[in-house]
Design a protein around this ligand. Structure first.
Ligand SMILES: [Zn+2]
Length: 174
């Protein structure tokens, strides 16, 4: 029987596919938090950015769980370090929005470690199905992902260093 075999067996990959690097979600959340006015808005926009980022082409589609973990574990540790560093760098008055943006952007991926370790996802099945369905990933996109990390880091740090573009300065008080 002439059956074309796919490059990998998609069904066998289960849900241990990494999506966008968590580090990139955290960095985009930091950028959003740096631009947002309020923590609640930063959190919501951060969570929305997670799904938007997952839907653009990114790195992933691992051949094996071992390969996945070789990237996912350092990525998880780096994103925690990045969150800590950016929270420390953020001016005190903007820190709550920045932390909320990063948390919102990272949170949708919390089901990855819980599924891996406990076989359990905190989200409704429909959310997890949606999360898997929107992925656009392919092997060999590491340079793109690292480029995105660099760009997002520069943008987030620039936004943090810039004085807030809004606020009490100019127009009010009259
Ligand atoms: Zn995701």
């Amino acid at each position: 029987m002439p059956v074309a075999s796919p490059p990998h067996n998609r069904a066998a990959r289960s849900h241990t596919v990494i999506r966008v690097l968590l580090t990139n979600h955290v960095l985009s959340g930091a950028l959003i938090g740096a631009l947002a006015r309020r923590p609640a808005a930063a959190f919501a926009a951060g969570a929305a950015s997670h799904f938007a980022l997952d839907a653009v082409p990114h790195w992933g589609d691992w051949a094996s769980t071992r390969h996945f973990l070789r990237v996912a574990v350092p990525d998880g540790l780096i994103s925690l370090a990045v969150m800590g560093a950016i929270a420390a760098l953020a001016p005190a008055e903007r820190r709550p929005a920045v932390v909320a943006g990063m948390t919102g952007a990272a949170l949708p991926d919390i089901e990855k470690p819980t599924t891996l370790w406990f076989g359990w996802s905190p989200f409704p099945a429909a959310v997890d199905r949606f999360h898997v369905r929107i992925q656009r990933e392919a092997a060999g996109r590491a340079p793109l992902e690292l480029l995105a990390a660099g760009g997002l880091a520069v943008a987030a740090l620039t936004a943090l260093r810039r004085p807030a573009a809004y606020g009490r300065g100019s127009a009010c008080g009259g």
